[in-house]
Design a protein around this ligand. Structure first.
Ligand code: MLT
Ligand code: MN
Ligand code: ZN
Length: 303
């Protein structure tokens, strides 16, 4: 199984266009090599067949930077087979508008997200005249079958994470889950990975879904619960209310990852306020001696 972490930043990216908080100012001064594009993953278990997880507004440059995602010479044929959405957030869905040039993609999302993309953010209606996107509802939870992609070789199991709605769908009463994680299994080799870029809490069922997984890519939006307020001088709602369990603290994600020897763990969806984005920060030094890494955009993992 090959995983390419195409983008590693939360909505807005790093630096964010309208922000000069310490993280954005550092990245701006350091130049494009220190920048991070908005979170997106590509996964493949056979040459020439890739699936995206989420489609960030940066998806075009992310695909151009990934040699394996280029069309073979002389063709107009993408190795991209489809896109799995973890949720309906704008930083995970608006990239679909940039993938409209006639590719026949299979698009998968939880039913609540499909309803939102038919209603308050009518992406499905907008895209319909442009190509041949095939939308599929992906149900999750006990009793639901896993999805088999790539001729049955890639098994995809959605794990319900939370009912956090995108702001544009705050009024929707569609039953959740509104956010899921995905477990990927290479049926041929037994390799397994889990991708969970939006974790409002550590959900029931996540530990069970981690059995046998050797790569874990998790929500690393915020180092601490009140980081946004401290960086921006605001009095907002805190990391968890924004749908992101922080890294640090007794209920943060790091305590759950520390003991996982033999598992490669990565943080993604870093907000521009997160000191982990700075390789020389004290917070980054805390990760030394743990199985957790902070990947750059374009990091490839082979399992
Ligand atoms: C999130 O990750 O919580 C959302 O992407 C926030 C947003 O709408 O930018
Ligand atoms: Mn986001
Ligand atoms: Zn900033």
């Amino acid at each position: 199984m090959r995983l390419r972490i195409l983008g590693t930043a939360a909505g807005g990216g790093l630096p964010q266009w309208n922000c000069a908080c310490p993280g954005c100012a550092r990245a701006r001064a350091a130049g494009p090599r220190a920048w991070r594009t908005q979170e997106c993953l590509a996964v493949s278990v056979s040459p020439g067949a890739w699936y995206l997880v989420n489609a960030s507004p940066d998806v075009r440059t992310q695909i151009l930077a990934a040699p394996g995602l280029a069309p073979p010479d002389g063709t107009r044929h993408t190795p991209l087979r489809g896109v799995l959405l973890t949720d309906g957030e704008l930083d995970h869905t608006t990239g679909l508008l940039a993938l409209r040039e006639g590719a026949a993609l299979d698009l998968y999302a939880p039913p609540a997200v499909l309803a939102a993309l038919d209603g308050p953010f009518p992406l499905r209606t907008l895209l319909a005249p442009y190509g041949s996107a095939r939308w599929h509802a992906l149900r999750s939870g006990p009793g639901e079958d896993a999805l088999l992609l790539d001729g049955g070789r890639l098994r995809v199991t959605p794990v319900p994470v939370s009912d956090k709605r995108p702001r544009y769908a705050a009024g929707s009463d569609a039953p959740g889950p509104w956010a899921v994680a995905y477990r990927f299994d290479d049926v041929a080799t037994g390799a397994a990975a889990l991708y969970a870029p939006s974790l409002a809490r550590w959900p029931d069922g996540l530990d069970a879904a981690l059995a046998g997984v050797s790569c874990l890519i998790l929500d690393g939006t915020f180092w601490s619960e009140d980081e946004m307020d401290r960086a921006t001088g605001g009095r907002g709602s805190g990391a968890r209310t924004m749908g992101h369990l922080p890294v640090d603290g007794p209920e943060g994600t790091l305590v759950r990852l520390r003991g996982r020897s033999g598992v490669r763990c990565f943080y993604t969806h870093l907000n521009n306020t997160n000191p982990l984005a700075d390789p020389s920060s004290a917070e980054r030094a805390v990760l030394a001696g743990t199985p957790v890494e902070v990947p750059s955009d374009g990091t490839e993992i082979e399992l």
